[in-house]
Design a protein around this ligand. Structure first.
Ligand SMILES: [Zn+2]
Length: 287
């Protein structure tokens, strides 16, 4: 029952994220009530939507993916974002419950889960807005920075001094696991220096300054060596995607592709499959 209600609540949050991401204009605060307030309308014919048309997933299915008034197609992004948000509310606590052992009670785990659920909801918004407008709002970076500090605080208060990496015991091979603070500050520095370095070296053509800014809260939140895997996955998937776009003639070498979504994919892979990837890798090289 708890999981069911978490999922439903997550769907509703996803519905809210759709409104925020689609009405955000880059000039106003991301949660500005005058921008995100008011009844939802069909973006095509501007007709106000009924309450039942706004029910996550169900509304989309009832309308068979079209506006009831003007019959223009509603993008699959609406139900997809709602579904992803619902899954975040269920899969993030499940993953943490499996990854963290030895917590004295449920409270620290619940607090830690709340921090990571909020972080993944912010990631979803970052990816969505970066794909739509090619920018990552500063206020989302600040929110993620605060969540990173909250995560470090919960770790220190409840889980002991040793760092928690999503690589599990494999993280020890890459060092710096003795102090939570040192680990996460190094993670943040690594993110900023790596992406800031690329921005400077390519004079902003290889990557936007927004991606380097986003790497700061990402590194502080995940720590070392998780941020290293995030960067590697983002480069591999982002690079493959870029080559695909150029090969298919949809982009040229001079086009820019928003990199935020690839960092979010990297973060998702590190969080859910970090230790599994390491196990697979060490198995492959015969260790
Ligand atoms: Zn319409």
């Amino acid at each position: 029952m708890v999981w069911f209600f978490l999922f439903i609540f997550g769907l509703a949050v996803g519905s809210f994220l759709n409104v925020v991401a689609l009405r955000y204009d880059g000039d106003h605060f991301v949660l500005n009530p005058r921008v995100i307030g008011g009844r939802s309308r069909c973006p095509h014919c501007r007709k106000k939507l009924h309450w039942y048309e706004l029910v996550p997933i169900v509304g989309f299915l009832l309308q068979r993916g079209r506006c009831r008034h003007c019959h223009v197609k509603i993008g699959y992004w609406y139900p997809a974002v709602e579904l992803l948000s619902g899954l975040i509310f269920v899969l993030v606590p499940l993953r943490l419950g499996g990854a963290i052992t030895g917590a004295a009670s449920m409270l620290p785990l619940a607090l830690y889960a709340a921090v990571w659920i909020a972080a993944f909801e912010a990631f979803l918004l970052v990816a969505y807005i970066d794909m739509r407008l090619g920018i990552i709002p500063d206020e989302l970076n600040v929110a993620l920075l605060l969540l990173a500090f909250a995560g470090i605080w919960v770790s220190l208060a409840y889980f002991g001094a040793a760092n928690h990496s999503f690589f599990g015991s494999y993280a020890a091979a890459l060092g710096l696991q003795d102090s939570v603070w040192t680990n996460h500050v190094i993670g943040a520095l690594f993110g900023v220096l790596l992406f800031g370095g690329i921005v400077l070296a390519t004079r902003g053509r290889g990557m936007g300054a927004g991606d380097a800014k986003f790497a700061l809260p990402l590194g502080l939140l995940f720590g070392w060596p998780d941020i290293l895997l995030i960067a590697m996955i983002a480069f591999i998937i982002g690079g493959g995607f870029g080559i695909g776009l150029i090969a298919s003639g949809r982009k040229t070498m001079k086009s820019t592709v928003p990199f935020g979504p690839f960092l979010v994919i990297g973060a998702t892979v590190a969080f859910f499959w970090g230790s599994a990837l390491f196990r697979w890798y060490f198995h492959m090289v015969g260790l």
